[in-house]
Design a protein around this ligand. Sequence first.
Ligand code: SF4
Length: 490
Amino acid sequence: MTLIFDGNDFKYELESVVKLFYPAKLFDFIFRGGNDGKSRLPDDDYCYISRVREKESSLLHVIVKSESKTSELSERISNGIQNYDGECEMALGRLLFSALKNVTGKSPEWGILTGVRPVKRVNSYISLGMSEEQIVQRLKSEFLCSEQKAHLAFKTAQSQTKALESLDKNSFSLYVSIPFCPSRCSYCSFVSQSVDSFSKLIPEYVQKLCEEIKYTAGITKSLGLKLDTVYFGGGTPTSLTAALLQMLMKQIEESFDTSSVREYTVEAGRADTITEEKLRTIKSCGADRISINPQTLNDSVLEAVGRKHTVKQFFESFELAKKIGFETVNTDLIAGLPTETVESFMSTIDKITDLNPENVTVHTLSIKRAADLMRKSGSVIDNPAKEMVAYATQKLGALYKPYYLYRQKNMLENLENIGWTVDGKASLYNIYIMEEVQTIIAVGAGGSTKLIKPDGSGLERIFNYKYPLEYLKHFDLMLEKKNEILNYLK
Ligand code: SF4
């Protein structure tokens, strides 16, 4: 398919609108100066997106031709309005979306809201004093969002109120990256190394990580920042031995004043790494929230994606975590895994709700991962993720509240990831990172620090080296980079 931009350069936003309808297609691009009108259109499929500037307005015009169907729409925007160019881009997005909907018969539910954080936008509307009805209306008319998704975004924002109000602007969260897993799951898009191939390096990695924690604590102390939440992620943090986990958690306790910590999460992740000794260590070192992630409760699907644990192991680990007394247990699920059917996913949701974890997070597989996987397994990209997510939203919506929601580029059916919670158990870390309201300082390979000015006026990112080997090799250089935290936040 060819995308022709005539008299405008809105390629970035408008290409993402076309991708909602043709996720797996590659596009050719033609840019024109706005003088040709509709002449010279290709014989094959195309989207023609034109803006003709006139004296007091712009004439916007979209033609979509696909598989012998054509839709042509236009609109005039007057130049007397605020943010004239931005409004023209939005209006072209809506025309394009509607024309694509006409020729494909599809209607992606988030409309042209293609960004990662729809709830952030809703929170900004709430802060302007808008009501639920006004917000839903705006999401529908401006972004062509479905009624259901608009309400979902509003409800999610509502669940965040308490966490956002209780945020101390002088606080930060600490993210500890453990980029190791016992083996690689086939859908994984993270930087994660198998424990076997790195076993010799892991003690050295943990030792360097302790040094980085100490160094970081020096910086946050001199800035007078309070430690608010701690999050161990990866990878699979419980790939480490109990002794190494203890070493790291003790280092945090010794380096920071942990009396201000309100939430401490360790993502245990895979059940094949969880032992009673590790869970007891994690609990005794201060963590109160743990994540045990089955992704699916179907052994055949687990096997198909190379996740080397069983459903039985997940249930045993969950029971163990409850017995040991973790206050909050989260379980992650993925809609759209290869070989998963709507029925088998529904049964996963039913079994999870029977377990009653405090948090459930439902992810949607990304198209890129799906395409790679489907290619290998020989099945098609036609994935029933939409029905799976609809069932999860309906069932979990009756028992839980959505408390954070985000999207990644190219998710199946342009869907979303949603964190669900019972009352009073919403994860502060997840809300703060998604809404970009608190500084998150990351330590370890693959960690990305996100600095937020206390008055919310700016955001800066600092990336640690991605792979453990690079991390160890350039450790001193990386510590030097950490000083940018001082320069940015002082
Ligand atoms: S457990 Fe998670 S991080 Fe590790 S390989 Fe599997 S998907 Fe990737």
